[in-house]
Design a protein around this ligand. Structure first.
Ligand SMILES: [Zn+2]
Length: 159
């Protein structure tokens, strides 16, 4: 007898609710990856708000990624986005140039996650979440906004 892992959907022994990978919270399963863009025809995808963020929240919970840590990282992403609107020095730059100024903050975030993961403070699944979704977010201001919305949704489903 098998059933579906309630986080990633893979088949598991019916004795368990979740698979070994999700239990260990070391990776971000394919099922939890929005592919390519947060948008479909310029509209944020439904999965940015529903289903996927709920699964991601469960996965992080398995890895002891509590609300405080999650919020701390969320603010780093949101603050990077705010630079686009608040920084007086860059107000004279055009849209693309301004976005280039945001990128180092996102790279610094990746560096921080790398460090926290190595020290066992955050789970591998969170590192994969940041690295996978920042790759999309680094494409444009709009995609970064999509990532912020996804991150907000994950927090909404977290304990
Ligand atoms: Zn699973």
């Amino acid at each position: 007898m098998t059933r579906q892992c309630e986080i990633c959907g893979t088949q598991v022994n019916a004795k368990f609710n979740i698979c070994k990978d999700c239990k260990n919270s070391e990776i971000l399963p394919q099922r939890l990856k929005i592919k390519g863009s947060f948008y479909e025809k310029d509209i944020l995808r439904k999965e940015v708000f529903l289903d996927i963020p709920e699964r991601i929240a469960k996965l992080f919970n398995q890895g002891d990624m509590g609300m405080n840590k999650l919020r701390a990282f969320f603010y780093m992403v949101r603050n990077a986005y705010d630079v686009l609107n608040l920084d007086y020095d860059i107000s004279t730059l055009d849209k693309d140039q301004r976005y280039e100024k945001v990128k180092p903050r996102l790279w610094a975030l990746q560096r921080t996650v790398e460090d926290r993961t190595r020290r066992g403070i955050t789970p591998g699944s969170f590192k994969e979440f940041i690295n996978y979704y920042l790759e999309i977010a680094l494409k444009s201001k709009e995609e970064l906004y999509g990532f912020i919305e996804l991150f907000r949704s994950v927090i909404a489903y977290s304990k």
